[in-house]
Design a protein around this ligand. Structure first.
Ligand code: FA5
Length: 354
C-alpha cells in the first residue's frame, strides 16, 4: 500500500504539471480526488485494514489527498496568471514619437522650386551626374585645351584598361548643371523657361565656403524677346522672395542687396557673377563672408550665340539668359550657417535645428 500511495502521488504530480488548461485540470481533479477517484478509493479501503496498518497508512493516505489538492490549486494559479492581460495605466504620459524632418538643403531646394514655379518656370528634373566631356565642356563653347576648363577642377572617371570592355568616352562627374542647358535645348524649341536642380562635383580643397560635392540650380529662359532686364528682374525677385520666407531664416525681412560683377563663362556673353551682401553682418565682414561683406552665389549671363547655334537655334531670332546658383551658399546666408561643411557632417545637433 505504501508503494501504491507513492506511485499515485508521482503520477498525479506529473500529469498536473503537464496539464495545459483548466478543463483538463478539472478532469484530473475528478480522476484523483473525485468520489470515485483514486485517492478516495484508497481512503475507503482503509476500513478493511488492521488497526496497526490503519495507524501507519491512514496519515499517508490523508496527506496524499492534501498534496494533490495543493498541486492542483498551484497549477490553477499558474494557468490563470498566464491568461491574465497586463494592466494598462491609461493615465501614464505617452512616449514622444520621434518624427523625421527635412534636411536644410531639401527645405531651401523646395522653396526655390516653389518661387520659380510661381514665376512660370518648369522644373526639369535630373540629368546624369556622370556626364561626358561633350556636354560638360565642348557643347558649352569650352573647347579642349581652353583655359576655362582649368576653372573646373574635374573628377574624371577612369577609363577601362581593356578598350573593348566598359565605357571609353571621356566621362566625368559633372562640374555644373549647365550641361542640362544643352540636353534640354536639343529636345525642345523656344520659348521656354526652366530650372534644373542637381548635384555637382569639383575636385578642390574644401573650406568654409567650398565643398567637393554641392548643389546647383540651373536656370534657362530662351525666347524671341528675352533680354537682360528680364534676367535682372527675375534674379532680384527670386532673392527677395527667398529671403522673405521667414521660416527659420536669420535674414527675416531685411532688404537683400545684390552686386553684379563682370565675369567670364564661355557659354554666355556678357557673363557676370552675382554676390549677395552678407545678411549676417550687413556687409561689415564676418565668418560667413570671409570678411568681404559679400558672398558669391551665382554665375550668369546671356546665352552665347555659339551655344544656340550648337543646338540648332537661330541666334538672330532667339536669345536668352542663364544662371547657375549655389544652393549651399544661399542656405548659408539664409540660415546663418558659418561653414558649408556642416551640411554634410551628419551632425544631428546641427540637423535637428531645422
Ligand atoms: C558655374 O558653375 C556656371 N555653370 C554658372 C553659370 C550658369 C554661368 C549659367 C553662366 C550661365 P560657378 O563655377 O561660378 O559657375 O559656380 C556657380 C556657383 O556655385 C557659385 O557662384 C557658388 O555659389 C557655387 N559654388 C562654386 N563652387 C563651389 C564649391 N566648391 N562649393 C560650394 N559652392 C560652390
Amino acid at each position: 500500500m505504501h508503494k501504491k500511495i507513492e506511485n499515485i502521488k508521482n503520477q498525479a504530480k506529473k500529469e498536473i504539471e503537464q496539464c495545459l488548461d483548466l478543463k483538463s485540470l478539472e478532469n484530473l481533479k475528478i480522476k484523483y480526488l473525485g468520489r470515485k477517484g483514486e485517492v478516495s478509493s484508497i481512503l475507503r479501503s482503509l476500513t478493511s485494514l488492521s488497526v496497526e496498518d490503519k495507524r501507519t497508512i491512514g496519515p499517508k493516505a490523508q496527506s496524499l489527498k492534501n498534496e494533490i489538492d495543493i498541486f492542483i490549486k498551484t497549477k490553477i494559479r499558474n494557468l490563470l496568471d498566464k491568461k491574465r492581460t497586463p494592466i494598462i495605466d491609461i493615465t501614464t504620459p505617452g512616449k514622444k514619437i520621434k518624427t523625421g524632418h527635412l534636411h536644410p538643403l531639401t527645405i531651401i531646394g523646395k522653396e526655390i522650386i516653389e518661387i520659380f514655379k510661381n514665376m512660370g518656370f518648369s522644373v526639369c528634373d535630373g540629368g546624369p551626374e556622370i556626364e561626358n566631356e561633350y556636354y560638360n565642356f565642348d557643347a558649352l563653347n569650352i573647347p579642349k585645351n581652353h583655359p576655362a576648363r582649368e576653372m573646373h577642377d574635374t573628377f574624371w572617371v577612369k577609363k577601362s584598361s581593356n578598350p573593348s570592355k566598359g565605357i571609353n568616352d571621356n566621362l566625368l562627374l559633372r562640374t555644373h548643371t549647365s550641361p542640362m542647358q544643352i540636353r534640354y535645348m536639343e529636345k525642345h524649341n523656344p520659348p521656354f523657361r526652366i530650372i534644373v536642380p542637381g548635384r555637382v562635383f569639383r575636385y578642390e580643397a574644401t573650406d568654409a565656403s567650398h565643398e567637393i560635392n554641392f548643389n546647383h540650380i540651373e536656370c534657362l529662359m530662351v525666347g524671341e524677346d528675352v533680354n537682360f532686364s528680364n534676367f535682372k528682374y527675375i534674379v532680384q525677385e527670386f532673392f527677395n522672395k527667398l529671403f522673405s520666407i521667414r521660416k527659420r531664416s536669420s535674414s527675416k525681412n531685411k532688404k537683400i542687396n545684390i552686386r553684379y560683377r563682370p565675369s567670364y563663362f564661355p557659354f554666355v556673353e556678357p557673363g557676370l557673377e552675382i554676390d549677395i551682401q552678407c545678411v549676417k553682418c550687413g556687409g561689415k565682414g564676418c565668418n560667413i563672408c570671409a570678411g568681404s561683406g559679400w558672398l558669391e552665389v551665382m554665375g550668369a549671363g546671356m546665352v552665347h550665340p555659339n551655344v544656340l547655334k550648337a543646338v540648332g537655334y537661330n541666334p538672330k531670332k532667339y536669345q536668352g539668359f542663364a544662371f547657375g546658383v549655389g544652393t549651399e551658399r544661399i542656405a548659408m546666408l539664409k540660415y546663418n550657417i558659418p561653414d558649408i561643411r556642416m551640411f554634410y557632417d551628419g551632425d544631428l545637433r546641427f540637423i535637428n535645428q531645422f
